[in-house]
Design a binder for this molecule. Sequence first.
Ligand code: XMP
Length: 318
Amino acid sequence: SWSMAGFVETAIEDLKKQVGDDKVVLGLSGGIDSTVAAVMLHRAIGKNLHCIFVDNGLLRMGEKEEVIAFLAEHFDLNVKLVDAADEFLSDLVGVEDPEKKRKLIGYKFIEVFDREAKAIDGVKFLGQGTLYPDVIESESFKGPSAVIKSHHNVGGLPEKMNLKLVEPLRELFKDEVRRAAYELGLPEHIIWRQPFPGPGLSIRIIGEVTEERLEILRLADRIVQNEMVASDWYRKVWQGFAVLLPLKTVGVMGDDRTYENVIALRIVDSLDAMTADWSRLPSEVLARMSNRIINEVKGVNRVVLDISSKPPSTIEWE
Ligand code: XMP
């Protein structure tokens, strides 16, 4: 009878046969898919797997440390950390349009990744954490969702790089990837990580992305993440995060009038991200998030809650 443990062992044997003694390069994003693909490939070919993690300057607080450093330490993965923050952020100066942000980030990612991959001698394969639903979508029907927001981080690479693809997860659905992650011994905080978009915080800062805005959003978002975990809601919701709005409103602190930024809370329930509804978090949890953000994050004096469903809204604001 079919079991996940059996699947994982067979898949690892198949990877050994497919790759042989060649080298594989794989981009780690911090998400579950690329992580599981990397750990499976590592089991199959060891140090011939070269992982690249591109820090685009648009990550959340602690992101690199929580996933990447962890993988290098506990799973002995061969990971190269590429600090490309300046390159990405300088491209984004003055850019307000959401699709333009996505495209710039997608192109820059390919450029940086390609450059880093070429620096590794004799790579023959590109490893990717492609899932079955992605295979179906790219092979047949491209629904309207494909053009509502371009998901640039998933396409474009193989064509440009002239490498053979190796995709250990192409027969799996998302819930199966989580089961595979258990089999491989990955820890809960990686297995149950909420999705985080490739363009990162850039699409959660409405309007222009600046260092100052990134700093505010990182601090606010960390509070949202902390409070979801502390209240045991982190795993019950699909995704929860902060969004920084490009407007200032009036507030009062002590005897003084303030004029500062607004943070929106976007916390949703969903099964597959195609549809979603705003999560009915207990008001005490929301109150704690709001109080902490306003008290602890300099530059924010108002927090609002997004109560829209998808459709017609989307999960992200851009
Ligand atoms: P939307 O905003 O379209 O998001 O309702 C649906 C899901 O996809 C994630 N998302 C992205 N993921 N690159 C990604 O890798 C992207 O450009 C992107 N845009 C949205 C979003 O976080 C949600 O889980």
